[in-house]
Design a protein around this ligand. Sequence first.
Ligand SMILES: [Zn+2]
Length: 221
Amino acid sequence: MRFVFLGPPGVGKGTQAENVSIQKNIPHVSSGNLLRVAIKSGSEIGIKAKVFIDKGLLVPDSLIVSMVVDEIGLSRYRSGFILDGFPRNLLQAEILDSTLDEQDKKIDKVFYFTASEEVIIERIAGRRICTSCDMHFHQLYKPPLKENICDKCGSNIFQRKDDNPETVLVRLKVYHEQTEDLIEYYKRNKKLIEINCNGSVSEINEKILSVFDSFVNGKMR
Ligand SMILES: [Zn+2]
């Protein structure tokens, strides 16, 4: 089973992807994490991507696509994955679909997570990340066991520079502009399932699991 989790920054899809990945034993592929790991490890893609990031530019579609396609080509994704943060625009989605099509595979469902701007701003303000192992935390929803310390590796956790409320509204606007066609594309292909994320983490998780179960039981095919 192959799923895409789509939604604006701060909607909580990363947390949901991590939880559902564990609950349903489907590997989670976060394009943001892949990119950070690629840059840190100094891989070919990482080196190329860093040039754009250092200039304050977006990493080009071609680099992001080859990074994700390489990853999901690994044998551990043979029976499926949850893609989080990718595709980010229509072009990436079309390349993803044609790549999967060549392997006789397809995206089964796309979960589109939505929430009000107020909710998103509150969620982003609480986000923390471990820069050593890329584990994500949230001060309200997923606090570390020890304050400011990563549960997994013991390093300090930080707020990302672009997670401050002032830039969030700008990022939301950019996100909606970039994804309008993408949402339309998945809607047209009858893959889009909208999940309203104004509730708690566990309420949202229940909604996702019920859609999963009905899909697995064949009700949605
Ligand atoms: Zn860590």
